[in-house]
Design a protein around this ligand. Structure first.
Ligand SMILES: [Zn+2]
Length: 113
């Protein structure tokens, strides 16, 4: 019992040390860049995050909220609507459906179609 707890505690401590070292090296590498290179790196990180969250930009689409073209990110998503049916025995049903998530980089609105 105690050996398991000690093992978990040591694992967490080692994991924290490794993560701190990775962050320290990334910070050191970033600090060694010129201001221009830092700006490019930050832009790359922002683009990667936006791409992961909202997909890639479709240049042709016009935002239905702000009417700006070329700022809409499109991503296929699965949405689920959970509902409870039945009076005596509650049966949980989940309806899943494919949808297209749209996100406007200009007005920051996200919606599904
Ligand atoms: Zn918009």
């Amino acid at each position: 019992m105690w050996s398991t707890i000690c093992g978990v505690v040591i694992f967490v401590i080692v994991l924290k040390i490794v993560i701190n070292e990775i962050n320290r090296r990334a910070r050191k590498k970033f600090d060694s860049l010129s201001p221009d290179e830092q700006a490019i790196e930050l832009q790359k990180q922002y683009e990667a995050k936006q791409h992961y969250l909202y997909g890639s930009i479709n240049e042709k689409l016009v935002c239905q909220h702000c009417q700006v073209q070329g700022k809409i990110r499109v991503k296929r998503v699965v949405i689920s609507n959970e509902s409870l049916t039945g009076n005596i025995v509650k049966v949980k049903t989940v309806h899943k459906a494919d949808a297209t998530q749209m996100h406007c980089e200009n007005c920051r609105v996200t919606w599904n179609v």
